[in-house]
Structure formats: structure tokens, C-alpha cells
Write a protein that binds this ligand. Structure first.
Ligand code: SF4
Length: 479
């Protein structure tokens, strides 16, 4: 398991990162370009590697590439050597568990007595190590330390023993943690979502194609319409153009990740019935109600704080302005060795607009803070351009605990907010004041009952048993 945050991003800094996008298309004609388009649409969920696995009528062929979807697949598209077939799945990877190269990228593919099986997975299996040890003892060889490989081999074993429906159910009874996955067994396709529903998974249709996607934005881009979300604990079979629920494994409560609404998902996606843009807008409104401040102008940290800054300003009838120019052509992520390099990386990517900043009392809005190192640099940058006052407003609550369900926040010592007051954090980032949105404000903004959300990284109380951590309620599965 990774214990460190991933590569440094000079704008988004050490923000939490999502691990993966999944897509499945059950089509009537060639699906490669549709999967490729979907993976480009869902690029924000993972930039480390991508892959497709397509059934050609007899077997499943996979192609995996490093880096961004467009760059990675381009040589294969140019040479016309991409997998062919009408039924396929795709994956964008951001690793939180396992090795970090193309070998660890999805989809994972194995050949079994039941035919080829392939899986794309978004989430994190918390008991993958013990499952892996158990499977290894039974002679299953592993190529990677990836939890998805464990999941696929477990499914292959239980499906061989009990058939597809009971086999998948049996695997789900053993798997702990978060998974929204698309599984292919030959030409049959399955959507699986863990009983808590941590990560999103949605069904759509475009013409005669049936689509399973991490986010609805991919369905929009393919010109399709949403059918519905895959329910927490549901397994859906897609075969011969039909969508059938195999079963639903219910949990006492569901736990949608609140960070999907705060930061991860695209604003144009609708997740579990809630439009992400609307949630973000309300986050800014509630932040304005909870933490108003007298100032001349509200500016966002681009792009993550933009919607929230807009609604913060609108709610308080304040001026909103783009006070920081973002250079779109500098690299998105790269490892910066030292503080000096990181400072210049921030300047390369962000530059203040003097007329907006100089002599002004500024409200600087962002969606979240993890370490606070980038916020510190942005505040210093604004001061160097003559800002008179800087009031930082964060449109989500303090992050104080690790995530075990697919987000790369693994150790407590990385969090600036741990055991600190707002004033102490304000001082640390060099601001004149700093305030966070409350947990109640967050829940109200998302518009779901509190008990339907995972708030583990905000409260340190988790919706499933994690060794050494507090569980928020007892979770007995009703099968
Ligand atoms: S711990 Fe935080 S980031 Fe992880 S799933 Fe729960 S809400 Fe999301």
C-alpha cells in the first residue's frame, strides 16, 4: 500500500487524488473509440495509465498505455493496431494500492476455464492482503501487488465453484472496502458496486449501446442518456442488449464519498441523483453564510475553487474576479525536488493579475486543503503583488484522518488541520484569517442525509471496520 501522497501538482498541490475511472460499453459495433472517448472524458479520475479490454468474438484482447489517454493511445490509433470488437471495458488509473507502472494498470485480464475474464475497478479493497495471501496459498500466481488483481482472481475462483450469480455474491461477501467495477466474462458484462456505494457507478444508453461509467459525463459525451445509478450492493448483468439486476447485497447504511462532490467528480456529472455543480454552488453559499468577511473582492484558486468562490460572492453580493491567471500549458503533475523549485512551479502555473490584487482586501476561496503547502505559496504570491488583506475560505471541513477507500490520503501527519485551530492554520499559511465550512454545511450542500455519506477523513470515524480506527456504526450485512 502506498503511504505517501502522489506527485506534486503546483496548482492543485498536494490535493487528494482519486484512484481510477471505469467504463464498460456493450455495443453493436466497434467500441474502441467509444471507450477511448469515455476515458478521455474521465481523465480527471486518473492520469497514471489507461487501458482497454475488448471481446473480439472469441477472446478478450487488452491494450494498456502509460500517461494520458490521448498521448498513450495515439501511436496505436495512428498505426491502426487497437483491439477490435463490440463489447469492451476501459480504465484510467491513479494508484493508491499496488505498483505504479503499466503492469499495475487496468483492465486486468485472466484466462480461465470459463473463458477470458477482465475487470476495471475504482476503489480500494481494504482486506486485499489477507485475500491475496489466502489465494497464493491455494496456488494462484500474482503478477502485481494490485488489489484489482486479487479481486479478479477471487471472482474467478468463486464463479468457477458456484456459477456466476452465487460466485459474485460469494466474492462480495469476502471483499471489504470500496469497489465500483465493470467485469467481463467473455461476452457478458457485469456492473458491481460495493454495498456502501463509496464510489459512483452509473448506467446509460446511447443508441443501441449500453454504457456503464464512473460518471454520467461520459454518457453525455457519447450522446447518450442516463438510465440510472447502479445501486449500492447491486450487481447488474448486461447481455444480449438487456440490463438485469442479478441481486442487491444491502448494507445497514450507504456511505457515498463526500469528496466526489467537493472535488473529484466533474461538475457536469450527476452522481446518485445529485448534480455535482449544484453541490459545489451550494458549498459556496453555505460557506458565505457561515464565514462572511468584509473585503473588496472574492477570488478563486483556479480551477478547484471557482464555483464555490462564485456562489460565495453572489451570496454576499461581493465582487467576484479572476485574480490568479492559470497557465494551462504547464505540466499537470510532476515531482518537484525542493522548496525553491516548488515556488517557481507555482509561479509558472499561477500568476496574479495586478489590478485585481494590488491594495485589495481579498477573500481567497478553495475547495479543500490537505497539507496547506500550496495555499501558503499562493498567499505569499498574492502578498508579493500588493494584496492588503488575504482571508482564506475553504468550502469543505477540515481533513484530519486518512482515507482507506481509494483516495491517496494515507497518513495523519500530512494534514495541516490536525489538532490546530483556524487561527493557527491561518498563521501557518500566512493569511489574515481562515475559515472552513462545517460538516453540517457540507451535508446540507450535497443534499443527502448525513447517514448516506462517508465522512471518515473529516471525523476519523469510518463506515466499515478498519484495524486501529473507530467505526461509526455497527455494520451487519443483510444478505
Ligand atoms: S474517507 Fe474521505 S475521501 Fe475517503 S471515501 Fe470517505 S469521505 Fe471519501
Amino acid at each position: 500500500m502506498d503511504s505517501q501522497l502522489q506527485d506534486y501538482d503546483p496548482i492543485n498541490g498536494l490535493k487528494p487524488s482519486e484512484n481510477c475511472a471505469v467504463i464498460g460499453i456493450y455495443g453493436n459495433d466497434t467500441v474502441f473509440f467509444k471507450i477511448y472517448t469515455s476515458l478521455r472524458t474521465l481523465q480527471h479520475r486518473g492520469q497514471e495509465a489507461s487501458g482497454v479490454a475488448i471481446f473480439d468474438g472469441e477472446k478478450i484482447n487488452a491494450l494498456k498505455v502509460d500517461g494520458l489517454v490521448y498521448e498513450g493511445f495515439r501511436p496505436y490509433i495512428e498505426k491502426e493496431i487497437v483491439p477490435k470488437g463490440n463489447i469492451g471495458i476501459g480504465h484510467n488509473r491513479y494508484s493508491t494500492a499496488g505498483i505504479k507502472n503499466i503492469t499495475g494498470a487496468g483492465p486486468f485480464l485472466i484466462s480461465t476455464a470459463m473463458g477470458d475474464m477482465a475487470i476495471s475497478h475504482n476503489g480500494e479493497i481494504t482486506n486485499y492482503q489477507s485475500l491475496r495471501d489466502e489465494l497464493k496459498e491455494q496456488g494462484v500466481p500474482f503478477v502485481t501487488t494490485n488489489d484489482t488483481e486479487v479481486m479478479l482472481n477471487l471472482l474467478a475462483r468463486t464463479i468457477r465453484q458456484k456459477g456466476i450469480k452465487n460466485g459474485i455474491r460469494s466474492s462480495m461477501e469476502m471483499l471489504q472496502g470500496s469497489y465500483s467495477a465493470v467485469l467481463m466474462i467473455g461476452e457478458k458484462m457485469y456492473a458491481m458496486r460495493d454495498p456502501k456505494g463509496f464510489r459512483p457507478l452509473i448506467l446509460g444508453k446511447a443508441g443501441n449501446d449500453i454504457i456503464i461509467s464512473s460518471e454520467s459525463a461520459a454518457i453525455d459525451v457519447l450522446g447518450g442518456t442516463i438510465v440510472r445509478d447502479v445501486q449500492p450492493g447491486e450487481v447488474v448483468e448486461i447481455y444480449n442488449g438487456d440490463i438485469n439486476t442479478l441481486f442487491i447485497m444491502r448494507s445497514q447504511r450507504i456511505s457515498h464519498c463526500m469528496f466526489e462532490y467537493v472535488y473529484f467528480a466533474r461538475p457536469d456529472s450527476i452522481i446518485d441523483g445529485v448534480e455535482v455543480y449544484n453541490s459545489r454552488y451550494r458549498l459556496g453559499v453555505n460557506l458565505a453564510k457561515e464565514a462572511p468577511v468584509e473585503a473588496d473582492v472574492v477570488i478563486p484558486v483556479p480551477d478547484s475553487g471557482r464555483t464555490q468562490a462564485l456562489s460565495y460572492a453572489a451570496e454576499l453580493k461581493m465582487e467576484y474576479s479572476e485574480g490568479l491567471f492559470k497557465n494551462r500549458y504547464s505540466e499537470r503533475t510532476f515531482i518537484m525536488p525542493g522548496n525553491k523549485e516548488r515556488d517557481s512551479a507555482v509561479k509558472l502555473k499561477l500568476n496574479p493579475i495586478k489590478s485585481v490584487v494590488q491594495g485589495k482586501r481579498i477573500v481567497l476561496v478553495d475547495d479543500s486543503i490537505v497539507r496547506g503547502t500550496t495555499m501558503k505559496r499562493i498567499v505569499a504570491l498574492l502578498r508579493s503583488f500588493g494584496a492588503k488583506e488575504i482571508h482564506v475560505r475553504i468550502a469543505s471541513p477540515k481533513i484530519v484522518a486518512p482515507c482507506y477507500f481509494g483516495v491517496d490520503m494515507k497518513t495523519r501527519d500530512q494534514f495541516i488541520a490536525l489538532n490546530k485551530s483556524d487561527d493557527q492554520i491561518s498563521k501557518e499559511v500566512g493569511a489574515d484569517s481562515l475559515a472552513y465550512l462545517s460538516i453540517e454545511g457540507l451535508v446540507n450542500s450535497i443534499g443527502m442525509p448525513k447517514k448516506s455519506l462517508c465522512l471518515g477523513c473529516l471525523t476519523g470515524e469510518y463506515p466499515v471496520k478498519i484495524a486501529g480506527e473507530k467505526e461509526d456504526i455497527q455494520t451487519t450485512l443483510e444478505l
